[in-house]
Design a protein around this ligand. Structure first.
Ligand code: ADP
Ligand code: MG
Length: 345
């Protein structure tokens, strides 16, 4: 990726030189950011709000593969997926810290690409990069992102807040990120066998973007606030719909009924899943990495929710004894499990 560019080793620059270099690319925009990079700690002021904090750790070879993830996308995604956790509390994100472990194979230009992506995500979502930590790593790239945000205490949506009778809602569509990954994996295999063959991703932009450039759903949090709907429970979809609804049901001590025909799946996701011999519904249930918001609202909010094209009502919350069930398109009833179940048609 960087073959033709000039390279500057991090060793030449030193840790402080690197931090200095990074800090030059950073500007603060949030009124909650009192002090950013440059002291022993950042200073934030959330006044009367409650503070939300979330951290992710990303390891090369475990969470990402640099053979098909460009560094700029990786920086972007690392920030995105972390902000998603703040939005999943029905709060707004305002700051991130970005920490790096770098093995000697990464030149300054690689770090610049990574920060380009990270800072673009910060800009798009109106958050400030206020700090981080930098270290050498024995092997590979390590990234840790921490997001900070805020919400009024009575607006925070916990996983534990779902009530019997609540409508179960999902933003956007599901399964695209997983099917996009299958596509990238296939092209990687072909490339490794024959480096002269260019990847064939034509016409698949949407699902490739869903995998490489997910967009956290800040807009849904803002939409819910504008229509005055406070979700009773909320979670973001990082591991697949099945796993996330089970988290809500377990935390809220309730059951659920989901309807397969209501689960939103984009046509390209659907077709490509079929090409791979995959069941599109299974991709939505178990695929993960879609970073949509799954939430429950009281039935009285139905009229406020129903007309929004980007929100689908896919089921309802039941009493705990009824279990967690999926009603298939053909009317069969299946217990929802987090993973490893297939072909229920
Ligand atoms: P300390 O030794 O106290 O941990 P550092 O030298 O690690 O201090 O950090 C100095 C400042 O630079 C701090 O404000 C810290 O948040 C910031 N910083 C360090 N590494 C990064 C990074 N990778 N990205 C952004 N800011 C960073
Ligand atoms: Mg430090």
């Amino acid at each position: 990726m960087l073959e033709n560019k000039e390279k500057t080793t991090i060793a030449q620059l030193g840790e402080f030189g690197l931090i200095d270099h990074i800090s030059k690319a950073v500007t603060l925009t949030q009124k909650t950011s009192v002090k950013g990079i440059g002291d022993d700690a950042a200073v934030l002021d959330f006044s009367a709000k409650q503070t939300l904090v979330s951290t992710d750790l990303l390891l090369e070879g475990v969470h990402f593969d640099l053979r098909y993830v460009p560094l700029k996308h990786l920086g972007y995604k690392a920030v995105q997926v972390n902000l998603s956790d703040i939005y999943a509390m029905n709060g707004l994100a305002s700051q991130v810290t970005f920490s790096l472990g770098l093995s000697s194979k990464f030149p300054l230009e690689a770090v610049e690409e990574l920060y380009e992506g990270a800072l673009l995500a910060c800009k798009n979502f109106g958050v400030d990069l206020v700090g981080g930590d930098t270290s050498a790593s024995a092997q590979g790239l390590v990234i840790s992102v921490t997001s900070l945000g805020y919400a009024d205490a009575d607006k925070i949506a916990y996983r534990s807040g779902a009530l019997e009778g609540d409508l179960i809602c999902i933003s956007g569509d599901l399964g695209g990120a997983y099917v996009g990954l299958q596509l990238l994996e296939r092209e990687k295999k072909i490339f490794l066998e024959n480096p002269n063959i260019q990847p064939d991703l034509e016409g698949k932009d949407y699902i490739v973007e869903r995998q490489l450039k997910p967009e956290a759903r800040k807009d849904i949090v803002e939409l819910l606030a504008s229509i005055e709907v406070k979700p009773n429970a909320m979670i973001d979809v990082s591991d697949g719909l099945a796993s996330e609804i089970l988290h809500i049901c377990r935390a809220s001590n309730c059951g659920c009924k989901l309807y397969e025909e209501k689960i939103p799946i984009d046509p390209m996701t659907y077709e490509t899943a079929r090409e791979f011999g995959l069941d599109p519904t299974v991709c939505a249930l178990n695929g993960g990495e879609d970073y949509e918001l799954l939430f429950t609202v009281k039935q009285a909010d139905y009229d406020r929710i129903k007309s929004h094209a980007d929100i689908s009502i896919i089921g309802h919350i039941t009493e705990v004894a009824a279990g967690c069930e999926l009603i298939t398109k053909s009317g069969k009833v299946h217990a929802i499990k987090a993973q490893g179940w297939n072909a229920f048609h």
